[in-house]
Design a protein around this ligand. Structure first.
Ligand SMILES: Cc1cc2nc3c(=O)[nH]c(=O)nc-3n(C[C@H](O)[C@H](O)[C@H](O)COP(=O)(O)OP(=O)(O)OC[C@H]3O[C@@H](n4cnc5c(N)ncnc54)[C@H](O)[C@@H]3O)c2cc1C
Length: 430
């Protein structure tokens, strides 16, 4: 007889959602989180697209510690001197307030407390070492040589899945599997945030930027999200490029982003309240491990569930959806034939039926177009050339748009045929 029905490793959105679902169905669940308090080591940009939370916390929109809701979404291509941007500011966001800016230190504590209130046993400040196996079946987790037993283990340990790797449940990560995110939370006043981003009340702005001005061919994206009286600003850098280039450091890149002439006025006068760095899942469907086995399932970032196309970065929604799917699979298995590899196979089926695996399959290979020379170097500079030709009167004969575009590509060192082909691939894959 096991000590617990289920042990969930990791108190991020995936693990807490799994624990809530299991506890509210009456199961004896242990949620183990290495940080104390939960969330203190977690990083997101972060916009929580929280529709899936409704399944475990029906009133989450009213009660969750969210900062603002997404009222405007911006995308900007930054060159040394310019920001060529597009903004979607819409009343449509008011009708469906699903996207909310969150700070993980607050959100994760709240989620873990909810799991506890629903009946989960929570152990914080405890780092699980491995999954314990007996005759090929997961029988619990091992920590400092002790084994705590359970009928099932749900691994939800995030983007650096040491437990899964050390237990032989997934391959070690390589540079293409992850990017590195560096983030600052910058304190301003609520009034200043509203004025600088043209916002009212709980409205928020979420911006993503392509950093086309970085030296040494480093490819990185920037983000800027408004909280109530702070700004979350950061960069996500290709791990492969960072490793290949030993002159560039991640902390330099965030500084260069924050000092950019289009960004500096937005954060001017603010004081840094929080500085953090974290891995970002990037591997895509090819790197998703086997998601279940005899007595275990893997959810959230640990399973490689995240989506990034350069315009949005999402992972918390996939984490919540997969955590709940894992819990539901366990609940069904317990009601039926019991926990076995066959009964947990339903987990993959649930994910295939939902947007979690559908998105990953549909956007297979997206990293090859989002981390590329065209979006990161050629596009920002080409766009700047076109804008300059269109909008800065220079007292010389004007040029047609096509001519400006051809010149712009030429200056970027990209042949027109290459641009057309790459552009087509981008449109198809994005
Ligand atoms: C810079 C950055 C920006 C991002 N922006 C966004 C965004 O705007 N929107 C979005 O949806 N997503 C965003 N993401 C992605 C998002 O943060 C992740 O997809 C999400 O956190 C995954 O949730 P999770 O529960 O799977 O893992 P995590 O949130 O990482 O939680 C895993 C938990 O497991 C714990 N843990 C790890 N190992 C152990 C162990 N051995 N024993 C016990 N506990 C352990 C950790 O402490 C952690 O609390 C961003 C990520 C980064 C880094």
């Amino acid at each position: 007889m096991s000590e617990f029905d289920a042990i969930v490793v990791g108190g991020g959105p995936a693990g807490s959602s799994a624990a809530m679902r299991l506890a509210s169905a009456g199961h004896n669940v242990l949620l183990v989180e290495k940080a104390d308090p939960p969330g203190s080591k977690n990083v997101s940009g972060g916009v929580l697209w929280g529709n899936d939370l409704e399944a475990v916390i029906p009133d989450w929109q009213k009660t969750a510690p969210v900062e603002r809701y997404v009222k405007a979404k911006g995308v900007g291509f930054l060159t040394k001197e310019s920001n060529i941007g597009l903004e979607f500011r819409s009343g449509l966001f008011d009708k469906n307030r699903a996207g909310h800016m969150v700070l993980r230190a607050k959100l994760d504590q709240w989620l873990v407390k909810k799991a506890k209130d629903m009946g989960a046993m929570v152990a914080t400040g405890v780092t699980v070492d491995r999954v314990a196996f007996d005759k090929g079946k997961a029988i619990g987790v091992e920590q400092d040589g002790d084994i705590i037993t359970s009928d099932c283990v749900i691994l939800a340990e995030g983007a650096n899945p040491r437990v899964a790797i050390d237990s032989g449940l997934r391959e070690p990560l390589n540079d293409k599997d992850v990017a590195i995110g560096v983030k600052e939370v910058i304190k301003l006043s609520e009034k200043t945030v509203n004025e600088r981003f043209n916002l009212r009340d709980k409205e928020g702005f979420a911006g993503e930027y392509v950093l086309g001005f970085l030296p040494d061919q480093v490819e990185a994206g920037g983000f800027l999200y408004t909280n109530k009286d702070t700004i979350s600003a950061g960069v996500v850098i290709s791990m492969k490029h960072l490793r290949e280039n030993d002159r560039t450091y991640s902390f330099d890149i965030i500084e260069q982003f924050l000092e950019h002439p289009a960004i500096a006025p937005l954060v001017d006068g603010g004081s840094v309240e929080e500085y953090s760095a974290h891995m970002v899942q990037e591997g895509g469907i090819e790197r998703v491990p086997k998601l279940y086995g005899n007595g275990y399932m893997i959810a959230g970032d640990a399973a490689g569930f995240s989506f990034s196309n350069g315009l949005v970065l999402q992972g918390m929604n996939y984490a919540i959806a997969s955590g709940i799917a894992a819990a539901d699979t366990f609940i069904e298995a317990k009601k039926g034939s019991g926990v076995s590899e066959e009964s947990l196979a339903g987990y993959r089926k649930r994910l295939l039926d939902s947007y979690v695996l559908k998105d990953l399959y549909n956007f297979r290979g997206i990293d090859e177009v989002t981390w590329g020379r065209l979006p990161h170097r050629a596009m920002p500079n080409a766009l700047e050339h076109i804008m300059k030709g269109l909008f800065i009167e220079q007292g010389v004969p004007k040029k047609h748009l096509y001519q400006l575009m051809t010149e712009a590509l030429g200056e970027s060192g990209i042949r027109t045929s290459e641009a057309v082909l790459e552009g087509y691939r981008m449109l198809r894959r994005m």
